[in-house]
Design a binder for this molecule. Structure first.
Ligand code: PLP
Length: 308
């Protein structure tokens, strides 16, 4: 086989990441999972991504709840208790000594005899990866992200249900590849009915005539933790907001658009396809201020503090 070279960024990751496999903290370069693991063979796994800021693990209860929901949605037996997941995550965070970090918790349906039958699985593999929090440039928050509405459809809810945060992201990988090929940073996917669902790793919002709008779960999307925070904020602050289907045509006519995810918070959209959004974004600016205040408030709750 030709000599293959791994990227320098991957080498950096190996040095910076702290990994926990089934309760054991292992140097990232030695962290190995069996080739017979169903996560590797079939994408038969679930996961969560959250982050730590100033030694506070944020919105962890919500992420644990969604992890369990994902397991239910794909009929995955959890042989690991919620307490074990929490304790192992906090141990890994403490070992990392990282004040600000990215946390990924993966649970696979374990190793089996290469049968698709999920009932052959009798244990899970729990993998926790902690690494420095990615630094998104201030310019991204200032200028916004450029997105393409791609031809790859979001999975139908009757297929791999997007409400489950499963490790099966090939569809989203293909969507991202198409957007990159077209010179955009990331992708928005529509469903079989032609409605907007979400992005590859984020929820999508538009603002028209002062009304903040995002798509319903029935369109086929992951109900983001950040999406829920924004919905709650809108209610608290009495900002006009609705959860309703919308089409590419609608978002291309919108006054403002933005995306949300745990690690990125709120990022304004600069462009979708050929449409350029105005750099004046009064509603997004307002919402971002409320959102930042909410995160500060959340950090006062020391429930998942992992610092010295
Ligand atoms: C497909 C998809 N949609 C939405 C989100 C945003 O969810 P959250 O706000 O919980 O990070 C993610 C996050 O990874 C995602 O992968």
């Amino acid at each position: 086989m030709n000599k293959q070279i791994t990227s320098p960024k991957y080498q950096e990751l190996l040095q910076q990441a702290t990994v926990n496999i089934n309760g054991e903290i292992i140097p990232a370069s030695d962290a190995k999972i069996s080739i017979f693991d169903r996560g590797f063979l079939y994408g038969d796994s679930i996961y969560e991504v959250t982050y730590g800021e100033d030694y506070h693990l944020l919105h962890f209860d919500e992420h644990i709840r969604r992890l369990k929901r994902s397991a239910d949605l794909i009929g995955m037996n959890l042989f690991i208790s919620e307490q074990e997941i929490i304790e192992n995550t906090l141990n890994t965070l403490r070992s990392s000594h990282l004040k600000d970090c990215y946390v990924r918790i993966i649970i696979t349906r374990g190793e089996t005899e290469m049968s698709l039958d999920p009932n052959t699985s009798t244990k899970n593999n729990l993998i926790i990866i902690v690494k420095p929090k990615p630094i998104y440039p201030a310019s991204l928050y200032q200028h916004g992200i450029k997105l393409a509405i791609v031809s790859v459809l979001r999975n139908d809810r009757k297929a791999t249900n997007p409400s489950a945060k499963s490790g099966n992201y090939l569809n989203n990988v293909m969507a991202m590849a198409e957007a990159r090929e077209k010179g955009f940073e990331d992708a928005i996917m529509i469903n079989q009915n032609g409605n907007i669902t979400e992005g590859t790793t984020f929820n999508v919002w538009m603002i028209r005539n002062g009304i903040i709008q995002t798509a319903p779960a029935t369109s086929g999307l992951l109900e983001g933790i950040t999406r829920q925070i924004i919905l709650d904020l809108c209610e608290e602050q009495r900002l006009p907001c609705k959860i309703e289907n919308f089409t590419p045509e609608d978002i291309l006519k919108a006054d403002e658009a933005f995306i949300t995810s745990s690690t990125r918070g709120i990022i304004p959209v600069a462009q979708i396809n050929d449409k350029l959004y105005s750099p004046k974004r009064p509603i997004i600016q307002n919402l971002t201020q409320y959102f930042q205040a909410k995160i500060l408030e959340h950090k006062k709750n020391k429930k998942y503090y992992y610092g010295p």
